[in-house]
Design a binder for this molecule. Structure first.
Ligand SMILES: *Cc1c(COP(=O)(O)O)cnc(C)c1O
Length: 385
């Protein structure tokens, strides 16, 4: 990913920073959208993975829609060129003000997560003399077999409406005059790499659609959410996920109603591999078990390892040392969880060496914090350097 020319440019750039390989991003988007066309699936990019405006403008250029989880994401999507008719708005806790702004923007669909929310959207739409389109986010009670912090489709999770309350929800929908039910929505978790999980979801969705058909309810849209995982261990070998296979599973196992449109909302799979966090070695310190590499980037720039014990491949991109040593790679933040990796094999590392934390394009910059009053890291696209 890093040519010697590029590394020279990195060395002249203040650290830490995010680097986005736009050639890889474009290739990923080209493959994803080609596979989506082949399988007749509408893609909505989940902004929460990375809402960097330059990245969004590139993504929007491929004609995909936007999946937002706050009204600020809706507005960001609008600023970056996404048409309101291609924006969906999900989230368990949409505030009245957020709903009001999104109703006025005329977005495609609110993915509703509770009975109370549906009634509130109806009331707000009435006030604006508008009709809001909604989908029911259903909790399918399917285990995504991923980290429990990013599992969302089990009954114990806060997300979605459970089938045992669906009769009541449909009664409410019937009474609401300023909403129209246009879809069913599912999202069971993130970083899902086992394709059997998606097969299980499809079969469950078929059962749920049958439940609706038994009540003579046919909605024109079916949204299977996001969650497609990437290979954090081999970012170069598996830089782009197999979108054709992923969409193919939906086509193979889902039973759609005649004319029903299929939607999906990938976030991570579109942007993770194109991003790297570039940090400088501040100090190398001897420990008892291993040595510490103390970087000028930490959990404030990339929180995933601290939050989900997740793995990012770490490379020393400037050392020419032959000898490899074991290091704990840590950040400067006053938290012991501020650690990117323990006992990592790296070429002998010295103060000033640049390290790359790979696959950081999703849930990196977008989850960054200013804890410890740290400055926000800058970000650069290939063409900026
Ligand atoms: C987070 C989220 C996504 C995207 O998930 P990825 O794992 O990044 O693909 C899609 N839809 C909803 C509703 C989400 O909350």
């Amino acid at each position: 990913m890093f040519s010697s020319e590029l590394i020279k440019k990195f060395e002249a750039t203040p650290t830490p920073f995010y680097y986005y390989d736009t050639e890889l991003l474009r290739k990923t988007l080209a493959q994803a959208t080609a596979a989506a066309r082949k399988h007749d699936i509408e893609v909505h990019y989940a902004l929460k993975a990375n809402a960097n405006e330059n990245i969004l403008k590139i993504i929007q250029g491929y004609g995909v829609g936007a999946d937002c989880v706050s009204v600020n994401e809706v507005l960001r999507a609008r600023e970056c060129g996404f048409a309101p008719g291609k924006i969906v708005f999900a989230g368990v806790g949409k505030s009245d003000e957020e709903i009001s702004i999104a109703v006025n923007e005329g977005i495609f669909c609110f993915n509703c997560e509770s009975l109370e929310e549906i009634e509130i959207i109806d009331g707000i739409a009435a006030k604006h003399k508008k009709k809001a389109q909604i989908a029911l986010r259903i909790n399918p009670n399917v285990n995504a077999h991923t980290h429990h912090y990013i599992t969302t489709g089990l009954e114990e999770n806060k997300f979605g409406i459970n089938m045992w309350e669906m009769e009541k929800v449909l009664d409410a929908v019937k009474k609401c005059k300023h909403i129209s039910l246009i879809g069913l929505h599912f999202h069971i978790g993130s970083q899902i790499t086992d394709m059997n999980v998606y097969k299980t979801l499809c079969l469950r969705v078929n059962e749920i659609q049958q439940w609706f058909a038994d009540r003579n309810i046919y909605v024109p849209n079916l949204n299977l959410g996001g969650g497609l995982g990437i290979d954090y261990y081999n970012p170069d070998k598996n830089a782009i996920v197999d979108f054709d296979k992923y969409f193919g599973i939906f086509r193979q196992f889902l039973k759609l109603n005649p004319g029903q449109k299929l939607h999906t909302e990938p976030g991570r799979a579109l942007v993770a591999q194109c991003g790297a966090l570039i940090a400088k070695t501040l100090y190398v310190k001897k420990g008892i078990q291993s040595n510490f590499i103390i970087l000028d980037a930490g959990m404030t720039e990339l929180i995933r390892p601290a939050l989900y014990q997740s793995y990012h491949k770490i490379e020393n991109i400037t050392s020419h040392a032959k000898e490899t040593l074991k290091y704990d790679v840590v950040g400067p933040i006053c938290e012991s969880s501020d650690c990117f990796g323990k006992a990592i094999d790296l070429p002998e590392t010295k103060r000033g060496d640049l390290l790359a934390l790979r696959s950081a394009g999703a849930y990196g910059e977008s989850m960054s914090l200013d804890y410890n009053l740290r400055d926000r890291a800058k970000s650069y696209l290939t063409e900026d350097l």
